[in-house]
Write a protein that binds this ligand. Structure first.
Ligand code: CP
Ligand code: NVA
Length: 329
């Protein structure tokens, strides 16, 4: 299966077979690194990392993966380039495409990464937009493969919280591609759009996945994995916190909710960063204003043996490496 020269913009651009092949490559590159037998498959190449929003994992994962493969990475921070204010996306893409073999882009509307891809002449990788976070979903599915205690066609995942976020959309479609029983559990205003649900159902028809969209927390019953993300995403105004907390207070992932899965081996997933205590500026502000100690997840669940969030964070690097190797070689 060849991906050479392809972009990586959203899950739906790939067939189920292609998606699974990227997971296989991720697992192989992970094993190669652990066994100290990795090869510099991208030797002499240069990649650009363009960020219009902040990042810890995605940036570091790309940089380390590039270095592991013998490539050099150049980071452009959210204020460090002319993009958007002094130079159009199309012109920037054309310029970067002359220097770099591949471009990672994190930004706002999906249309921007699509435009960048249309003009770059080299593979463009979506490192998060308002609508999709496909490198996250690839990592999440590798993590589920590693931690599942049943065959994948028996595995259920409940995504609880702000389901219509980039991560919610990507987890829904990524899970459908893996043939999972995926339940998106969220109050009505925060459910995935009809268009996203329809595309996930179309994938499910092919893979045997089951797709449930509900506001009923009973949907976590029997889930092997419980996944959540922050309640207010990058790019949303901070004034929206009060409204979001009102909508989502009952959807916090806490010990009671984990117990509702009825599975002693249920695992907790989170893309990170997470608000699980008061040791962040926002965490402290939310505690002072709304009395929530831990927002989308309690510290108890985050730090429990059920939590595999740091295995998941590690997998960002192995899966991003696979995306680069697949599209550049
Ligand atoms: N999960 C994730 O994308 O993290 P960063 O925002 O730190 O890159
Ligand atoms: N939904 C979050 C994901 C962060 C990795 C955001 O967009 O801020």
């Amino acid at each position: 299966m060849t991906f050479t020269g392809r972009h990586f913009l959203k899950e739906l651009d790939f067939t189920v077979a292609e998606w699974n092949s990227l997971l296989e490559l991720s697992a192989e590159l992970k094993a190669a690194k652990k066994e100290r037998r990795q090869q510099p498959l991208l030797a002499g190449m240069n990649i650009a990392l363009v960020f219009e929003k902040t990042s810890t994992r995605t940036r570091c994962a790309f940089e380390v993966a590039a270095h592991d493969m013998g490539a050099h990475a150049t980071y452009l921070d959210p204020s460090g380039s002319q993009l958007g204010h002094k130079e159009s996306v199309a012109d920037t893409a054309a310029v970067l495409g002359r220097y770099f073999e591949g471009i990672q882009y994190r930004g706002f509307d999906q249309s921007v990464v699509e435009e960048l891809a249309a003009h770059a002449g080299v593979p463009v990788w979506n490192g998060l937009t308002d609508q999709w976070h496909p490198t996250q979903a690839l990592c999440d599915m590798l993590t589920i493969r590693e931690h599942a205690t049943r065959p994948l066609d028996e595995v259920a995942i409940a995504y609880v919280g702000d389901a219509r976020s980039n991560v919610g959309n990507s987890v829904l479609v990524g899970s459908a591609m893996m043939g999972l029983d995926v339940r998106m559990v969220s109050p009505g205003p925060l459910q995935n759009s009809a268009e996203v649900v329809e595309s996930a159902r179309a994938v499910a028809a092919e893979t045997g996945a089951r797709v449930t969209v509900t506001d009923d927390l009973a949907a976590v019953e029997g889930a092997d994995f419980v996944y959540t993300d922050i309640w207010v995403s990058m790019g949303e105004p901070k004034e929206i916190w009060a409204e979001r907390i009102e909508l989502l207070r009952d959807y916090q992932v806490n010990a009671d909710l984990m117990a509702r899965t009825g599975r002693a081996d249920a695992k907790f997933l989170h893309c990170l960063p997470a608000f699980h205590d008061r040791r962040t500026t926002i965490g402290e502000q939310i505690f002072t204003e709304f009395g929530l100690d831990g927002i989308e997840v309690t510290d108890e669940v985050f730090g429990s043996p059920a939590s595999v969030v740091f295995d998941q964070a590690e997998n960002r690097m192995h899966t991003i490496k696979a995306v680069m190797v697949a599209t550049l070689t």
